[in-house]
Structures are given as structure tokens and as C-alpha cells.
Design a protein around this ligand. Structure first.
Ligand code: KG4
Ligand code: ZN
Length: 329
């Protein structure tokens, strides 16, 4: 069994995954609520919270899976990219566990982890496919080759999609994280009431941009008083959410077309969005392309996806990983 640890941002996560990386026996996520009052993740607060929680989260992952440390054959951990202090807590814990048991350690890239959530979802999925990762820190399109190598096709030139949702939610006076908060506020809204720009819409490339969208919301809000904002909030939220969904869907479908992709994977925290999932499902169905979207709990940060990436990542044999370091990029 693979014991996996993920602490790259504000979720303290551990999971037990089968040796093929196709099935999660447990998947424990402790979401840090400490950041809500600041309206965004505070790195130092995140590191400390990981330190306090990780032991308990790992214990629960093992007990939920009914697996003892004796049955663990390797330890997988996110080493990059992410908040450096947060990553280091996970890496140090993983090294300690692996070293004490003379096990190999598997360093995993967080983005490869997001994509690997698809292997837990569709047990027969094999590359090649095109993957969209839309999270709080990244928004990028990749072509995943037969040997699982990820080739960058396009990415955001400014904010990530999740970041745009988080910042938009903040401007609208909604909670954190912004993605679910905007969806909730948008429920009874008319997405066509306000016009929001769709970044790089007519550019032939596969890049994204969300800065114009943010500015557009800012100007709309400047022209309103508190009363008007309360009244128009559902429409503003719905229009803003729809613009993010359209920007992502358009470029993903363009990538499928340009690369003649036989399958598509949607990954990252923003892939938990109901409207995005539905839109991409409809468009893929129309062109007959196989789509894999992990369930929402495997889209947002978790350790099962890190365990799923491990069998195809390069393991470091005991005890060679003593000097292994984490990296923010
Ligand atoms: O992948 P993730 O959990 O962490 C990073 O690696 O960044 O993604 C977090 C991002 C946040 O920006 C959050 O607002 C967004 O995913 N998110 C959502 C939803 N759930 C989380 N965005 C839209 N709809 C959701 N349901
Ligand atoms: Zn993530």
C-alpha cells in the first residue's frame, strides 16, 4: 500500500492508495478554517496548522483504510509547487515515516497529482489525453503523452481561475474560498444581466487571462451603492461565474480539437464547480470525446491523488532521501 501526504496549501491531507494507484482505501482532508477571517490563505498560519494536524490525519488515513504501517510499502508526498513552509511540514513527516520503516519515498508534483485523480475515477483511463488543471494557484492546459509526460499547451497569463473566483468573491463581500461562495450567491441569478469579458476569447492560442474580468467587476461595483449591490448580487455572481466557466470551456475544447485528443481530464479545485462540470460534459458529449471528471472531493486538494500519481513518479530508495527538499515552484 502507498501512504500519501499532501500539505501544499491549506488542506492537511493523508490517504492510503493501492499499489497500482487506481483505488483509494482512505482519503482524509482536514480543511483549515483559520484562514477564513483573513479572506485568503496566510502561509505561516497554514504551516503551523499542518504541524498540529498532520499526525492525527495520517493516523486516521491508516485506521480508515484498516491498514497498519507494516503493510505500507512506500510513502508518497507532495514536494512542489506550493507554499514552501506548508510543503516542508509534509516532506519532513514523510521522510520520518519512510526512514523509520526503511521504505522508499516518492516525491510527487502537485499538478501531476491533480491529473492523477482521474486514474482513481476511471480505472481504465490511459493516456494520451488533454488535461485542464484549474485550481487556486494554477490554470493550465496539458497534453499528457502515452508515458504520462505532461506537455504544457497553454496557461494563464495572470490570475488562476480559482484566484479570480476568490478575488471576485472578496470584492462581492462573500466568504473564502470564493469558488463555492460565488456559486451559492449565483444560484438565483441571471448570468446574462451583466456583461463580463471572456479573456483572450478570440485569440487563437490556448492561454487564459482573468485580469479583465476582475477589473470589469470592480468598475461595476464602483457604480453601485450597498443597497444596489445587495439587490444585484445574484446576477453579478452568476455573470462572473459564467465568464470563468466560458473561458475555461472554450480553451479546453479548442485544445481537444487542435490535438485531436481521444479523451479529456478536468482537474483542480475549480473542477468541483457544478456549472463548469455540466458545460464541459455537454460539449464533450456533443463531439463524442470521452471525459473524465473526478468527484468534487478528488478535485480539491487531497492526498489520494498524490498516491495515485506515485506509481508513475520516480521513487527514492531508503535512505537516499535525507537531503530531499521541497520547492515552491
Ligand atoms: O486545487 P485546490 O483545492 O487548491 C489549489 O491547489 O489551489 O483549488 C482551490 C481553488 C480555490 O480557488 C477555490 O475557490 C476553488 O478551487 N474552488 C471552486 C469550487 N471549490 C473550490 N471553484 C468553483 N467552484 C467550486 N465548487
Ligand atoms: Zn491543488
Amino acid at each position: 500500500m502507498i501512504l500519501a501526504i499532501e500539505t501544499s496549501c491549506d488542506d492537511t491531507c493523508s490517504a492510503v492508495v493501492d499499489p497500482d494507484g487506481r483505488k483509494a482505501l482512505s482519503n482524509i482532508v482536514h480543511t483549515q478554517t483559520e484562514h477564513a477571517r483573513y479572506g485568503g490563505v496566510v502561509p505561516e498560519v497554514a504551516s503551523r496548522a499542518h504541524l498540529e494536524r498532520l499526525d492525527g490525519v495520517v493516523e486516521k488515513a491508516l485506521s480508515d483504510a484498516e491498514v497498519t504501517l507494516d503493510e505500507v510499502s512506500s510513502v508518497a508526498v507532495t514536494v512542489r509547487p506550493g507554499l514552501i513552509g506548508a510543503l516542508l511540514v509534509g516532506v519532513a513527516a514523510a521522510k520520518g515515516l519512510a526512514y523509520a520503516r526503511a521504505l522508499p519515498l516518492v516525491p510527487v508534483n502537485h499538478l501531476e497529482g491533480h491529473v492523477a485523480a482521474a486514474y482513481l475515477t476511471d480505472h481504465d483511463l490511459q493516456p494520451p489525453f488533454v488535461a485542464l488543471i484549474a485550481s487556486g494557484g494554477h490554470t493550465a492546459l496539458y497534453s499528457v503523452d502515452r508515458d504520462r509526460k505532461m506537455r504544457l499547451l497553454g496557461e494563464t497569463l495572470d490570475d488562476a481561475a480559482g484566484e479570480a473566483l476568490d478575488k471576485g468573491a472578496r470584492m462581492l463581500g462573500l466568504g473564502f474560498p470564493g469558488g463555492p461562495a460565488i456559486s451559492k450567491a449565483a444560484r438565483d441569478g441571471d448570468r446574462d444581466r451583466y456583461e463580463f469579458p471572456i479573456g483572450l476569447k478570440s485569440k487563437g492560442n490556448l492561454d487564459f487571462s482573468f485580469s479583465g474580468l476582475k477589473t470589469s467587476l470592480l468598475y461595476k461595483l464602483k457604480a453601485m451603492d450597498g443597497e444596489q449591490l445587495r439587490e444585484k448580487l445574484p446576477h453579478l455572481a452568476a455573470g462572473y461565474e459564467a465568464a470563468v466557466v466560458e473561458a475555461l470551456s472554450r480553451k479546453l475544447l479548442r485544445a481537444v480539437d487542435l490535438h485531436d485528443a481521444p479523451a479529456v481530464v478536468l482537474a483542480g479545485g475549480v473542477a468541483a464547480n457544478t456549472i463548469l462540470r455540466r458545460t464541459i460534459e455537454e460539449r464533450c458529449a456533443k463531439i463524442g470525446t470521452h471525459l473524465v471528471v473526478p468527484p468534487p472531493e478528488l478535485c480539491t486538494d487531497n492526498a489520494a491523488m498524490i498516491g495515485a500519481a506515485a506509481p508513475h513518479s520516480t521513487a527514492i530508495a531508503y535512505p537516499e532521501y535525507a537531503s530531499l527538499n521541497a520547492s515552491s515552484v
